[in-house]
Design a protein around this ligand. Structure first.
Ligand code: KMH
Ligand code: ZN
Length: 310
């Protein structure tokens, strides 16, 4: 009998989109991020997608010194796969963004597959009071920030991955990004199984309508054939509906407070673990098992936790 498909759950623990004043549950310090990641792994997340923040004011930070205590705490306390962002925050330079992945040689790192606008300023309509001086200007500035991921930037990050044995979570915010990924595959710079994280519902990228999900899937099937593993990320209130739609269509899923602060209409999630448990309940209802970290490693051909640089 053919073995049943298993779903890889990624939890994106804190990110760089939300600011500390938006939710008291957003992990900010290294110990908050690490403990929240451990809870998510315990709940069934095979992959932990990590950003770090400056503990002084919760500002997104790509300083390896802010990642180091998180990685130290995770090491030996979970076998979940550590995935380090190379996206950082859209306003950062690529030089800043690549530092943690270059230094710590994780099994996985994110790789954003095209330049785009990344409009966070509509969140200003919902959040009126801010604890830290940087929050409002950062959101406001997103009206005029290009999240820079040129072909040269992508080549550079691929080379860092190649040197470190790090494979990628390819963040695809639109169908054009699948074309870009196929271009790098055709040039032999990346090879399957390509882990495609399709991102829906961010201003600047594709929407979160079911037609958008179907179109992204069709495009990936046509361009990447059976050389990819598909994962679905719905931003904000689209998180659980699109996770559900995705798994029914054969995807893996990503949840976490980086992507949504919510667990239901008007109800903030109290932790990353709560979102992982919710998506697990959806999977249970569909009689779909989650992949363990080692099953995810085998599926994505990762080098293994013993080969990382932290
Ligand atoms: N914030 C997500 C929508 C990255 O870290 O490289 C995409 C992301 C980017 O996770
Ligand atoms: Zn991220």
């Amino acid at each position: 009998m053919a073995s049943r498909r298993k779903v890889v759950v990624t939890c994106a623990v804190t990110g760089a989109i939300h600011t500390p004043s938006m939710s008291p549950h957003l992990p900010v310090s290294a110990s908050e991020i690490a403990e929240s990641a451990l809870e998510a792994a315990e709940a069934g997340a095979a992959i932990l997608h990590l950003h770090a923040r400056d503990p002084m004011d919760g500002r997104p930070s790509q300083d390896p010194a802010h990642f180091e205590p998180i990685l130290r705490r995770l090491k030996g306390h979970t076998d979940a796969i550590v995935n380090l962002t190379t996206g950082g925050n859209p306003a950062m330079t690529v030089d800043e963004r690549v530092r943690p992945a270059a230094e710590f040689a994780p099994e996985l790192a994110s790789l954003n597959m095209g330049s785009m606008n990344f409009g966070l300023y509509p969140m200003l309509e919902r959040s009126t009071t801010f604890r830290y001086a940087w929050e409002r200007p950062a959101l406001e500035a997103s009206r005029d920030v290009v999240f820079k991921n040129t072909f040269a930037d992508i080549e550079r990050i691929i080379a860092i991955g190649e040197a470190n044995g790090t494979r990628f979570e390819f963040e695809c915010y639109d169908t054009s990004h699948i074309y870009n990924l196929a271009h790098f595959r055709d040039r032999g710079l990346v090879s399957g199984p390509l882990f495609v994280q399709s991102v829906f519902g961010l201003l600047g990228g594709i929407g979160a309508h079911p037609d958008d999900v179907s179109h992204m899937r069709r495009t990936a099937d046509r361009l990447l054939g059976d050389g990819y593993e598909w994962s679905v990320l719905g931003a904000g209130k689209a998180q659980m509906p699109l996770a559900t739609m995705g798994v029914v269509m054969g995807s893996h899923v990503r949840v976490g407070l980086e992507d949504s602060l919510w667990i239901g209409p008007g109800r903030q999630a109290v932790s990353n673990g709560e979102q992982v448990r919710r998506v697990r309940a959806v999977l249970d209802a569909l009689s779909i098992d989650v992949a363990t970290p080692d099953e995810a490693r085998a599926l994505l051909r990762l080098k293994g936790a013993a080969s990382v640089g932290f």
